[in-house]
Design a protein around this ligand. Sequence first.
Ligand code: ADP
Ligand code: ASP
Ligand code: MG
Length: 438
Amino acid sequence: MGTTVVKFGGTSLASAEQIRKAAAIIRSNQNGCFVVASAPGKRFSDDIKVTDLLYACCEEARGGGDFRPTFGQIKERFDAIIRDLGVDLDLSEDYAKIEAHLEAHPHRDTMASRGEYLNSKIIAAYLDFPFIDPADAIRFDADGRLDAEKTDEGLRAALKTLSRAVIPGFYGSLPNGKIHTFSRGGSDVTGSLVAKAVKADVYENWTDVSGLKIADPRIVREPRTIHIISYKELRELAYMGATVLHEDAVFPVREAGIPIHIRNTNDPDAPGTMIVPEAPAEKPDIPVTGIAGRKGFAIIFIEKTMMNAEIGFGRKCLSVIEESKVSFEHMPSGIDTLSIIVNGAEFSKHRRKVIDGINAAVKPDSISYENDLALIAVVGHGMLRKKGLSAKVFGALADAGVNIRMINQGSSELNIIIGIDEADYETAIRSIYNAFYG
Ligand code: ADP
Ligand code: ASP
Ligand code: MG
């Protein structure tokens, strides 16, 4: 075996006890091992993640309030870990720098990044591994988009003489030197970038579940584990809400053909989930690989007779949405009708501009909208060719009394997207799961 990249999530590193479990896993790797660490997450269900405490601290400082009580809680979390692990490390200089930053010019991303930064310092000291700061290697452009080429070069240069290191997840830097973070859960992306840079044999993503489940385990009780899944299927599920892996974590390793192995820090012997370039040829008993979904969408219905003959109709509508800074998700269309599914919160903010803009741009016969839409994706390779599969999904929803507001079939034969009322979300997920696996 060659090099392994192991990324540990927040719950896996939330306390000294959890860090000891992670360290045992790390030490069992005989060869090269690069560790990507998250900030301490929740230790119990109503605990607060350090990242959330850091955001809160930053807001307090920006609002001119007293950030010290919250910052005190953060220091206490790290100091307790240091004490319990018995590492010889004093973070008081780092704390002083962060406090000075909070007093002078609090910057959201800089503050958020300190959770992974401090936790990684502790873990590096505990393991006696070098600590590598990704601020010097992971690069974003001025608009905050990852610069994949510079990042790959930066990480390769930083890691080339090493066979092991601890690297904080979640952040890098902008061309002006300021810290910039990925979106929430972004340490998964850091792990993938490191795996690509060091040409790892495997990217192990250690979390608090024994792999990717067919449906969200917070909704379906003890769902089955998906043992093997393709990058494409995983991306669909991750994007649609299977938050076990950040949706952007797929790209870097996919380019390099490195498998991702999702594993459970609390149950290291469980097989977990392998994410591989190609789906296995046949999955005879499992037509549906996974079910995921998200709430928080709105749907705009546009009707105009002979719309299909009007060149540029869809483009004009989408331009209005783009100019209004509302994210667009799907656009199922009929002959004279078009529905556009958009981000609900953004749409609420800019509704007037969107509706007036579409009225002016395409002069529809009618335009209306509905809020509180949830989307569910039923994902699986070749699924749409399977006879009776859609009927089974829709039958299950009808039996559960769920009203379907939109259906969109992906062109890739990989998914069916169903729009329903947010209030029906959990019932819908459970009823689709039970139709196939109950
Ligand atoms: P980490 O802190 O290790 O990055 P996350 O909280 O980001 O972990 O992701 C793991 C969580 O994802 C699980 O605890 C589970 O609640 C949630 N989750 C949502 N959908 C799924 C799914 N389909 N399979 C497994 N876990 C899921
Ligand atoms: N700590 C960050 C978050 O809570 C990043 C991560 O955990 O991946 O989102
Ligand atoms: Mg995560």
